[in-house]
Write a protein that binds this ligand. Structure first.
Ligand SMILES: Nc1ncnc2c1ncn2[C@@H]1O[C@H](COP(=O)(O)OP(=O)(O)OP(=O)(O)O)[C@@H](O)[C@H]1O
Ligand SMILES: Nc1nc2c(c(=O)[nH]1)N=C(CO)CN2
Length: 165
């Protein structure tokens, strides 16, 4: 069975453009990329003083289970030398599972949908862009964006030489 999954990717350490590009390349080895949002430069959410992030949302298709996918995402993070870490602190790369089909899951190491979606403009704005094919999800994101308390800025970012596609 092919699963329809949405991911959030963020980076605020080192060469951020290169980190995003490397994460996409690594994903392509095992999953099919259906859609990538624009790149956004975003103020850090969560109270830790740190540099601005680059964020994107990505739609993928995969036959992996949620746990297999989580393991794969952790491998990608390790490959990009992510150092752990201050909670909600700076990172070379962070890959989160936002939605996995329509499932709900609450386990110690995996919660789906990701519980912070509604508190994060840096997730909601790129998600609005790539959910046009799923009216129900698109409307849900629209509602969350309307009601979110997040006041942090999310602005379109022009990539230099490093294009994502
Ligand atoms: N939906 C999810 N996607 C990715 N990781 C998740 C998810 N739900 C729970 N986790 C768990 O969260 C753990 C810590 O993740 P991480 O270090 O990236 O947290 P964080 O990025 O600081 O916070 P956040 O998850 O709020 O963005 C992961 O090892 C993973 O087991
Ligand atoms: N703007 C922004 N803020 C964050 C981000 C992120 O990707 N972008 N990730 C965090 C931890 O997951 C904490 N805060």
């Amino acid at each position: 069975m092919t699963n329809d999954v949405y991911l959030s990717i963020g980076t605020n350490l080192g060469d951020r453009e290169h980190n995003l590009k490397s994460a996409i390349q690594a994903l392509r080895k095992k999953v099919t990329i259906k859609n990538i949002s624009k790149v956004y430069e975003t103020e850090p959410v969560g109270g830790v003083k740190q540099d601005d992030f680059l964020n994107i949302a990505v739609e993928i298709k995969t036959t992996m289970s949620p746990h297999e996918l989580l393991e794969f995402l952790h491998e990608i993070e390790k490959g990009l030398h992510r150092i752990r870490k201050i909670h909600w602190g700076p990172r070379t790369i962070d890959l989160d599972i936002l939605f996995f089909n329509k499932i709900s899951l609450k386990e110690n190491n995996l919660i789906i949908p990701h519980p912070e979606i509604k508190n994060r403009n840096f997730v909601l704005i790129p998600m609005l862009e790539i959910t046009n094919n799923d009216r129900e999800l698109h409307d849900k994101i629209k509602g969350m964006l309307k009601n979110t308390n997040d006041q942090n800025s999310v602005r379109e970012y022009k990539m230099g030489a490093e294009k994502l596609e």
